[in-house]
Design a protein around this ligand. Structure first.
Ligand code: GDP
Length: 362
C-alpha cells in the first residue's frame, strides 16, 4: 500500500490528528496478514461514488480502498545532526511515499509552543531546514561515491555527478528541492537516493474551531504553500478527534450541529491520496462493490494486478464502463444496452472511476 508520513514540530497537533485518523480508521485486527506498526494507521479512502454504485447494484458488501498514515514524531531543530533521536525520525520519513506537514495555526495559551509563540513561517522553516540538511548529507555522500566512477567515464556516474552538483548549493541554503524545478530525467536519476525534500508534500494547517476564516496564521501557510506549489488542508484537529470518537447517529447529529457535511478528516485523506498520485477504479458485482487503488497512468493489466497477480499475467481484456455512464444507465446491463460498455485491451490507461470487469486466462 501507499503511505503518508505525518511530520511537524512538537505540540502542533500531530498526535491529535493521528489518533483521530486511527480512531476513524480500520483497526489492525482487519489486517491479520500484515504487520502494522504501532505508529501506522490504515484509513478507508472516503468516496461517495462507491455508495452510489452500491445503490444501483445492491451488493452484499461495499469495500473501500485504503491508505496508510504514519505518525513521525520528534523532529526538532538539529534533527539532521541527531538531535532528539533525529536520525531515527529522518530514517522513518525516508520510508514514506509522501509527507503531511502539520503546522500550528491555533492560539491557545494552555498549549505551550516549543519556540515561544505561534509562528507558522518559522515552524515550517525549522522542519524544511532539517529535511534539506538531511538531503545535503545524502547528496554529499553520493557525490563522493560518484565522483570517482565519473573519472572512469562511466555514463551513469557522470550524469549522477552532474545532477548532484547542481542541487548541492540549493540544499546548502537549506531549501527544499521540490521548489527547484528538476526535469524528468534528473528526477529519475535522483530516485536512487530517495531524497526527503523531493517527496510530495502537503501542509495541514491545524486551526482552532473558529480559525478557518480571518486567520493570519493560516494565510501565512497558504502563501508559503502556493510559492512551492504545495497543497494546504486547513483542519481543526481537536474537533476531528472529538468527531472520530462518535459513531453512527451521534456522529451525524454532531456534524449537522457543526454545519459540516462530513468529517474534515476526509479532506486530509483525499488530499493525501491525491498527493500520492493515486486514483480509484471500481469492481461492481452482486457480491461486492469495491474500490481499488492504482497509480495515475496505470494500464488495465496493472489495474487487474492489484486484485491478483494472476489477473495481470493472464489478462485478456477489461470490460469497461465509465463511472458516469454506469450511474446514468443504472448499471452494467443498462450501460451495455446503451452501447457504453467498451472492450479495452492491454494498452488501455484506466481512468478514475472506471467500473471494470476483467477477463483473463488461468
Ligand atoms: P504533537 O506533539 O504535535 O503530537 O501535538 P499533540 O497532538 O499532542 O497536541 C499538543 C497539544 O495541543 C495537546 O494538548 C492538544 O490537545 C492541543 N491541540 C491539538 N490540536 C489543537 C487545536 O486544534 N486547538 C487547540 N486549542 N488545541 C489543540
Amino acid at each position: 500500500g501507499f503511505n503518508c508520513g505525518i511530520v511537524g514540530l512538537p505540540n502542533v497537533g500531530k498526535s491529535t490528528l493521528f489518533n483521530a485518523l486511527t480512531n476513524a480508521g480500520i483497526g489492525a485486527e482487519n489486517f491479520p496478514f500484515c504487520t502494522i506498526e504501532p505508529n501506522a494507521g490504515v484509513v478507508a479512502v472516503p468516496d461517495p461514488r462507491q455508495d452510489k454504485l452500491a445503490e444501483i447494484v445492491k451488493p452484499e458488501r461495499v469495500v473501500a480502498t485504503t491508505m496508510e498514515f504514519i505518525d513521525i514524531a520528534g523532529i526538532v531543530a538539529g534533527a539532521s545532526k541527531g538531535e532528539g533521536l533525529g536520525n531515527k525520525f529522518l530514517a522513518n520519513i525516508r520510508e514514506t511515499d509522501a509527507i503531511a506537514h502539520v503546522v500550528r495555526c491555533f492560539d491557545d495559551d494552555n498549549v505551550i509552543h516549543v519556540a515561544n509563540g505561534v509562528n507558522p513561517a518559522a515552524d515550517i522553516e525549522v522542519i524544511n531546514t532539517e529535511l534539506a540538511l538531511a538531503d545535503l548529507e545524502a547528496v554529499d555522500k553520493a557525490l563522493n561515491r560518484y565522483a570517482k566512477a565519473a573519472k572512469g567515464q562511466d555514463k551513469h556516474a557522470m550524469a549522477m555527478k552532474a545532477v548532484l552538483e547542481k542541487i548541492q548549493p540549493h540544499l546548502n541554503e537549506a531549501k527544499p528541492l521540490r521548489s527547484f524545478g528538476l526535469d524528468k530525467d534528473e528526477l529519475l536519476l535522483l530516485k536512487e537516493i530517495n531524497l526527503l525534500t523531493l517527496k510530495p508534500t502537503m501542509y495541514i494547517a491545524n486551526v482552532g474551531e473558529d480559525g478557518f476564516e480571518n486567520n493570519p496564521h493560516l494565510d501565512v501557510v497558504t502563501k508559503i504553500a502556493a510559492e512551492e506549489k504545495s497543497v494546504v488542508v486547513p483542519i481543526c484537529n481537536k474537533l476531528e478527534a472529538d468527531i472520530a470518537e462518535l459513531d453512527g447517529e451521534d456522529k451525524a447529529e454532531f456534524l449537522a450541529e457543526m454545519g459540516m457535511e462530513e468529517p474534515g478528516l476526509n479532506r486530509v485523506i483525499r488530499a493525501g491520496y491525491q498527493l500520492l498520485g493515486l486514483q480509484t477504479y471500481f469492481t461492481a458485482g452482486v457480491k461486492e462493490v469495491r474500490a481499488w487503488t492504482i497509480k495515475i497512468g496505470a494500464t488495465a493489466p496493472q489495474a487487474a494486478g492489484v486484485i491478483h497477480t494472476d489477473f495481470e499475467k493472464g489478462f485478456i481484456r477489461a470490460e469497461t464502463i465509465a463511472y458516469d455512464d454506469f450511474v446514468e444507465y443504472k448499471g452494467e446491463q443498462g450501460a451495455k444496452n446503451a452501447g457504453k460498455s467498451r472492450k479495452e485491451g492491454k494498452e488501455y490507461v484506466v481512468k478514475d472511476g472506471d467500473v471494470l470487469h476483467f477477463l483473463f486466462n488461468v
